[in-house]
Write a protein that binds this ligand. Structure first.
Ligand code: PEP
Ligand code: MG
Length: 577
């Protein structure tokens, strides 16, 4: 953990207040707060519009300049950051948004007011749609604020620059803010809003920054107040005692030193291999390949399909997979077929109105309605594997499989496309639904491997919407019910000598990774910054140690207790990392 300013001395012996949120990016930091600048507010008096066409032109120009600015910043970035900003620029250029703004001006509103109204209407629609779309509402609010600032000649809302290292505190972060962060100055992120799948979480993880989101009380944190942020436990300690701050700082230094020395394939202390893989999506394949990993454990192929009116062609998809397989020659690439629906809706994969889209036609079920989307994708994956002479080990898996009949059906479709049935390519399914976990032994009769998606498995096991920030305790991957389902899948894998992976966020927690290995998991897939700590933890425990930790975790009644007993029994160098 880092500290740049002298810690203030507490005025009395009362314990420092500790705010609680969702642990969203591992590690920790101690630094003073710098709050995000407030968005521009409209003056009380709205000016009268005297020249409607000129006012409409001003609004158009402002939206265009915001889009151009976003694209300009995207050009300086790669990967996920660039994709997020480009998608936001597309929103600013949305013809329907522009039409509504112009209509508002025709009805007598000044440009800035018309922008506010039109964006507000869109935001309401996104929020009402829920899930992934609701989380895009923050992107639109950012476009509104930037456009209003341009129109009123106000400074662009955005990130603070206090001139020293700081903990960035905000209500919520728009993607434009998160990807513009100066990682040499920002030591951690704390937001009042935001759920476990918000952009802040995804991007903070890809930047390797500690983060706490959905943090109650963050609005009270004033500029300059010293805070200790713990991204592993989701806590923010206000005015930590100097000794505690110093301890945290030393721990962070130690952590950095040992983790930078951790490299190579995953192994337990007694040499049992545990593949360490990456979760990947949009981005430069060569950049992804540069990380010290044994391959990709989850390629979220949605990036090829999102923000499009039509699905990508087989040729387009083949090219994208070919680039990736080439970059990962000699390693594994696990391609997940399109996971459309629910929190990832796609216009061309619509499945009709549903009251509960998370329980509806999503993931593999989409193939019931749009079989060609899946068969075309499998054809493209097989063609790319052929085009690269099978130099990467290509594995293909379907999301949201619930029954052994579905596993059998997916395996047959993959084989028809030329995948599976050999050691060169493998076919698997994700275990994200309790039904699939309970009968994993039956699923494994039809597929070569399973990969557990703990994000969805937690949501369906605990009946708690994963996109809500308000139920983090139920979505905690240390919940014993979730662990017992994983135990069941691990045993099924061991009995059938099939591989069992975890590619949900649970794999990124080093202590939980040990528990997962003890439950029979033999590959772990996470965002790149989390891999070194997981590798380090594995190397200090034998497989039998991991089983012992798993038994302790299974026996605990609540996640907090589970974490505590496992930490207490783990190797001290890992427990205190
Ligand atoms: C999961 O559900 O854990 C998973 C890895 O898939 P996604 O987060 O993309 O739904
Ligand atoms: Mg999932």
């Amino acid at each position: 953990m880092e500290q740049t300013e002298p810690a203030p001395t507490p005025t009395d012996d009362a314990p420092a207040p500790v705010l609680k949120g969702i642990a969203a990016g591992p590690g920790g930091a101690v630094a003073p707060v710098a709050r995000m600048a407030a968005p521009p507010s409209l003056p009380e008096r709205e000016p009268e519009v005297v020249d409607t066409p000129a006012e409409q032109a001003a609004a158009r120009d402002a939206l265009e300049s915001v889009a151009t600015d976003l694209e300009g910043r995207a050009a300086d970035l790669d990967g996920e950051g660039a994709a997020v900003l480009n998608a936001q620029a597309l929103m600013a250029r949305d013809p329907e948004l522009r039409r509504q703004v112009e209509e508002g001006i025709r009805d007598g509103r000044a440009a800035a007011w018309a922008v506010r109204d039109a964006c507000g209407r869109y935001q309401d629609l996104l929020l009402a749609a829920g899930g992934y779309l609701a989380e895009r509402a923050a992107d639109l609010a950012d476009i509104r604020d930037r456009t209003v600032a341009v129109l009123l000649g106000l400074p662009m809302p955005g990130l603070p620059d206090p001139g020293h290292e700081h903990v960035l505190v905000a209500d919520d972060l728009a993607p434009a803010d998160t990807v513009r962060l100066d990682t040499t100055r920002v030591r951690a992120i704390v937001t009042r809003l935001g759920g476990p799948t918000s952009h802040t979480v995804i991007l903070a993880r890809s930047l390797g920054l500690p983060a706490v989101v959905g943090c109650t009380g963050a609005e009270e944190l004033a500029d300059g107040v010293l805070v200790a942020v713990n991204g592993d436990t989701g806590t923010v300690e206000v005015d930590p005692a100097p000794e505690a701050a110093e301890q945290l700082r030393q721990r962070a230094e130690h952590r950095r030193a040992v983790l930078s020395a951790s490299s190579g394939p995953g192994r337990t202390a007694d040499g049992v291999p545990v593949s360490l893989l990456l979760n990947a999506g949009e981005g430069d394949p060569d950049e992804a390949a540069a990380h010290d990993s044994e391959g990709i454990g989850l390629l979220r192929t949605e990036f090829l399909f999102l923000d499009r009116a039509e699905p990508p062609t087989i040729i387009e998809q083949t090219e994208a997979y070919t680039r990736l397989f080439r970059a990962f020659a000699g390693r594994t690439v696990t391609v997940r077929t399109l996971d459309a629906g629910s929190d990832k809706p796609l216009a061309f994969a619509a499945t009709g109105p549903e009251d509960n889209p998370a329980l509806g036609v999503r993931g593999f079920r989409t193939a019931r309605v749009h079989p060609n989307l899946l068969s075309d994708q499998l054809t493209a994956i097989a063609a790319a594997a052929d085009a690269t002479d099978h130099k990467a080990k290509v594995r293909v898996m379907a999301p949201m499989v619930s029954t052994s009949a579905e596993a059998e059906e997916f395996a047959a479709l993959a084989r028809t496309a030329g995948l599976g049935g050999s050691t060169a390519t493998e076919v698997g399914v994700m275990v994200e639904v309790p039904a699939a976990a309970l009968l994993a032994d039956r699923l494994l009769k039809y597929v070569d491997f399973v990969s557990i998606g703990t994000n969805d498995l937690a949501q369906y096991t605990m009946a708690a919407d994963r996109t809500l920030g308000s139920l983090p305790d139920l979505l905690d991957p240390w919940q014993p019910a979730l662990l017992s389902l994983i135990d069941r899948v691990g045993s099924a894998g061991a009995k059938s000598s099939r591989s069992v992976g975890v590619c949900g966020e649970a794999a990124a927690d080093p202590l939980l990774a040990l528990v997962l290995v003890g439950l029979g998991v033999n590959s772990l897939s996470t965002a790149p910054p989390a891999l070194p700590a997981v590798r380090y933890a594995l190397a200090r425990h034998t497989k039998a140690d991991c089983r012992g930790l798993a038994e302790l975790a299974l026996a605990a009644d609540i996640p907090e207790r589970s974490r505590e007993v496992v930490r207490g029994a783990a190797h001290p160098e890992v427990a205190n990392l």
